[in-house]
Design a protein around this ligand. Structure first.
Ligand SMILES: [Fe+2]
Length: 289
């Protein structure tokens, strides 16, 4: 293994790994080397560009903290996160589809009763969410764990609201015998992904918008069913077709119906216009065995 050339180095590197005991690791490493080498050949990467790439990845790692994961963000904006999800969660079209989990899920969320107000008193258009969880035959799924979380009217999650330490705009509910769950909150807003790090540089250099369409996140789990990690987007959001993390699917675009205070299905509980969001979530059974 000497005098390697650009034609022979790929097979030489792969041959050094032939004693890999884990067959899956062997498969992944061989493919990784082949694809990285092919990429370098394809663009004829220069030494300066190689150094810039190393610097970019170094700074991406240095940007990471317990609350900021720049590598996941990089995966998101390159479409890798949604690609892995698509390969891992193939579901029939009738079942609720997945989207990205995102960085704002917290497991220290409250578990209020059904119909609770989870807004934390933050200002915004009242949102009444009425959800239902069913199986593919339409039968209700009782006792499903439903996590919800979303941003405020300015696009901030509770962890980013200045001075706020208590969880807000997030909760864990359990579906009733009818499969229903509901809550009151405030309507979320579109917001930019973080643009102050290496990922932001790439987004700027490639002319991409940082703005995500508004959404409510949901994570639904029930015994015997595939876990659903998803979100619902308002059908009138201007950023639906430019989501920087590629999370939008037609089936997850929902009608956020807005009514005047003295009209509509929730007449009375608010003295300002309000939004009603209704959605049925369809769970897919886990594979047998
Ligand atoms: Fe989000």
């Amino acid at each position: 293994m000497r005098d390697l050339t650009s034609d022979t180095i790929t097979e030489a590197v792969i041959s050094t790994m032939r004693d890999t005991k884990d067959s899956r690791l062997a498969e992944i490493m061989e493919s990784l080397v082949r694809h990285v080498h092919a990429f370098v050949r394809d663009v004829e990467l220069t030494e300066e560009e190689w150094a810039r790439g190393v610097d970019f990845l170094t700074r991406t790692g240095q940007m990471c903290t317990p609350t900021r994961q720049e590598f996941i963000l990089l995966s998101d904006v390159l479409g890798v996160t949604m690609l892995v999800d698509a390969l891992s969660n193939r579901r029939p079209a009738e079942a609720t589809q997945n989207s990205v989990l995102g960085p704002f899920f917290r497991d220290d969320r409250p578990q209020p009763p059904d119909a609770a107000d989870i807004s934390g008193g933050l200002p915004g258009t009242p949102l009444f969410f009425e959800g239902r969880v069913v199986d593919r035959e339409g039968a209700p799924v009782a006792g499903a764990a439903v996590d919800v979380w979303h941003s405020d009217a300015e696009g901030h999650y509770d962890v980013d609201v200045p001075g706020r330490v208590d969880p807000a705009m997030r909760a864990l509910f359990r579906t009733e015998e009818t499969g229903h769950f509901s809550f009151r909150s405030i309507r979320p807003s579109s917001y930019p992904i973080p643009g102050d790090g290496p990922v932001g540089e790439i987004m700027g250099a490639t002319g991409r918008s940082l703005m995500r369409p508004a959404h409510v996140h949901l994570l639904i789990e029930a015994p015997g069913f595939q876990r659903v990690t998803t979100m619902l987007f308002p059908s009138d959001d201007p950023y639906l077709d430019a989501d920087p993390v590629f999370g939008v699917k037609d089936s997850l675009v929902a009608s956020y119906d807005t009514y005047a205070a003295d009209s509509g299905p929730r007449r009375g509980p608010t003295d300002q216009p309000y939004t009603v969001l209704r959605h049925t979530f369809v769970l897919e059974l886990l594979p047998a065995g």
